[in-house]
Design a protein around this ligand. Structure first.
Ligand code: WT7
Length: 649
């Protein structure tokens, strides 16, 4: 198969931190002697007590992952204090408001003061090392202050995306027994308020019914809008901050002390609390940030993710700040006031490095080139994508129209679990193929296996595993180490299984083909089909539901729901709307079903297992190729499903 190749240009090569020879040398070193390699690169962060052990990891038995275990450090110290002597007046965070007339620059000196005050407020109200603090915030600098304040005092943060519903927030509060919440009165997105404090109040009620009592809510004032208030429990941040000192010593943390929990969807059950720890995570996040984005001192760097996702953790906050970068935080959305917003912001703040998701690229591509070409974008040097496979058409548009054919695109493959980027081009070293995440980062050993676990060599299509640990890897599922072992290390014994399908071509390039489990990727957001199903069946008229993905031109995947109603009920458009609303209340707008098909029966095997393969085919309108249906308990249900399909093309 011949793919289009974009070779590394002279200009990029001359400027880049890593060229091809260096990539190959370092990669080999990292695989042959990980202790030596990471022993050296672990020093990129400051340690209060240097480590003597580097790697101590096992993917078998009880699965244990430890990096730099006898070292001591502090993430907040590394992201702030160590830069102050030489770069205190440098801008750390550029805040670009939802409203295009609002922006703000925060220097490292100012960041220090804000974070120390927030840390002191947490301490004043009893937060201690190891306590879990839930952060439910919009994209404002205080979200970063809150994360860094937790890290400073050793509290473990759990950031919950502001688009999640009160139900979803409550579930996450309960799972990690978090009794302290940081939120704000209202967020603002696309000119509309988001009632974060009211949602928090509702979530706290739901959590209380499950015996987790939130005792304090720290509220940042963003809009001044009206919210409920529980005296004694709720605290205004601006009032509290004025009562504490602007200095707070960073707590010495062991390398393996927890830094944060971040919930993510799996193929079964409730979202899992992915646990990341201190030393290895920061080494990996900062190192990948520097080399993948070819970050040079003084560059203006913008990642459009939300801090509610891992991309925001590693590549808006921790990686960039550890590298003394200038990182832009954008409160708004790509299409407000209009679809030229991204490109306008790039010109306004002279952004050099821009990192976004394929879904945003596809939707802006659909808006027309004039939104892009009316801007200059001359500051841009590098583009990146993350979250889902990017189709070559969108890649070429991003490259030619947004980047004027001048900027390499780094297609970065990774996961919440991996902490940082694992497969990606390094811009000065690797020729690009549109749609391929290309090659592994230092220390990463990908392997393809077939469904029986047989290792596939050379060009092949299979299931993507990683055979050895890297410092940014998650350490456990919070409170459930067995689930960690079960989910990631039991499908293919002794290997970390990613859940992704992948092809390796004749040049050794990796092409991620998407999830091979029951996880959907909707606009780059991960969603378990089981979660949407359980939201649907919690509606009193629904008796059974099955959810599958189908190709969607903007979102990557759309959500297709088969719903069986309780006996005696008829499906209608009104009920469809009700169900969509119900799922939004249970999970959040990101889980809104795109298609709902009322089905009198679902295709099941005689043992009662739903045959999703058939449901996927019908959702794709590809029912000519249903394959073997002879094992179905009642083959007739399939005819009804086909006749009433919602995606006729
Ligand atoms: C899943 C992880 C960590 C980034 C944000 C998403 C898919 C991620 C790519 C890419 C193809 C990608 C995978 C992965 N994915 N990046 N560059 N090309 N697919 O994090 O929510 O943990 O989802 O996103 O399917 O398993 P996440």
């Amino acid at each position: 198969m011949s793919e289009k190749i974009h070779p590394v240009t002279k200009l990029v090569k001359s400027h880049a931190l890593i060229d091809k020879a260096k990539y190959e040398k370092w990669y080999e070193e990292s695989i042959e002697n990980p202790d030596k390699f990471w022993g050296k690169h672990g020093k990129r962060i400051d340690w209060f007590k240097p480590y003597t052990k580097v790697k101590n990891t096992s993917f078998t038995g009880k699965v244990s992952i430890k990096w730099f275990e006898d070292g001591q450090t502090n993430v907040s110290y590394n992201c702030i204090d160590r830069h102050l002597k030489t770069h205190g007046n440098q801008v750390a965070i550029i805040f670009e408001g939802d409203n295009p007339y609002i922006d703000k620059k925060i220097t490292y000196n100012e960041l220090y003061e804000h974070v120390c005050r927030m840390a002191n407020v947490l301490k004043k109200h009893g937060v201690k090392k190891g306590d879990r603090v839930t952060i439910y915030m919009p994209m404002i600098p205080e979200a970063a202050y809150a994360m860094l304040a937790c890290a400073r005092i050793g509290a473990v943060h759990s950031v919950v995306f502001g688009g999640f519903s009160p139900e979803a927030l409550a579930g996450r509060i309960v799972d990690c027994e978090s009794t302290f919440v940081i939120t704000c009165d209202e967020g603002v997105r696309g000119g509309k308020p988001v009632p974060l404090k009211d949602n928090t109040d509702t979530a706290i009620h739901i959590a209380a019914r499950q015996h987790v009592t939130v005792s304090k809510v720290l509220v940042v004032r963003r809009t001044g809008g009206k919210t409920g208030w529980a005296p004694g429990r709720d605290l205004w941040y601006h009032q509290e901050a004025a009562t504490v000192k602007a200095e707070c010593p960073p707590v010495k943390m062991k390398a393996e002390d927890p830094l944060f929990i971040l919930y993510t969807s799996g193929s079964t059950g409730k979202p899992k609390g992915v646990l990341h720890t201190t030393g290895g995570y920061l080494v990996y996040a900062s190192m990948t940030h520097e080399y993948v984005f070819d970050y040079h001192h003084g560059d203006i760097y913008w990642c459009t993710a939300d801090v509610g996702w891992v991309t925001g953790h590693s590549y808006i906050v921790y990686g960039p700040l550890a590298n003394c970068a200038t990182t832009l935080m954008f409160e708004g959305v790509p299409n407000f006031p209009d679809q030229g917003r991204f490109w306008e912001v790039i010109d306004k703040h002279k952004v050099n490095i821009f990192y976004t998701a394929p879904t945003a690229i596809r939707s802006l591509m659909g808006a027309g080139d004039h939104f892009v070409t009316r801007s200059s974008r001359s500051s841009l040097r590098l583009l990146g994508t993350v979250g889902e496979p990017i189709n070559p058409e969108a890649w070429e548009w991003y490259y030619n129209v947004v980047g004027d054919g001048r900027c390499p695109i780094v297609d970065t493959w990774w996961q919440t679990e991996t902490g940082g980027i694992l497969i990606t081009p390094l811009p000065g070293a690797i020729d690009l193929k549109p749609g391929s995440a290309t090659v592994p980062f230092f220390g990463v050993k990908p392997q393809l296996v077939d469904n029986e676990g047989k290792v596939l060599e050379g060009p092949a299509d299979g299931n993507l595993c990683i055979t050895d640990s890297w410092p940014g890897q998650m350490r456990t599922v919070y409170g459930d180490h067995d689930r960690f072992i079960q989910t990631y290390f039991s499908t293919y014994k002794g290997k970390y299984f990613t859940g992704d399908g992948c092809r390796r071509d004749e040049d050794g390039y990796y092409w991620i083909t998407g999830r091979v489990d029951d996880v959907l990727n909707v606009s780059g957001h991960r969603l378990g089909t089981a979660e949407v199903e359980s939201a649907l069946v919690s509606h009193n008229l629904v008796s059974e539901a099955a959810v599958v993905g189908y190709p969607h031109s903007i979102k990557g995947q759309g959500i297709y729901c088969y719903v069986t109603l309780m006996a005696g009920n008829e499906g209608s458009d009104e009920l469809r709307q009700q169900l969509v609303k119900h799922v939004r209340t249970e999970i959040g707008p990101i889980a809104s079903p795109d298609k709902i098909q009322f089905a009198p029966g679902l295709p099941k095997t005689r043992s009662g297992k739903i045959m999703r393969r058939i449901l996927r085919k019908i959702a794709e309108d590809d029912f000519g190729a249903l394959g073997d249906t002879s094992t179905l308990a009642d083959p007739a249900v399939v005819d009804d499903l086909i006749a009433n399909r919602q995606n006729k093309v």
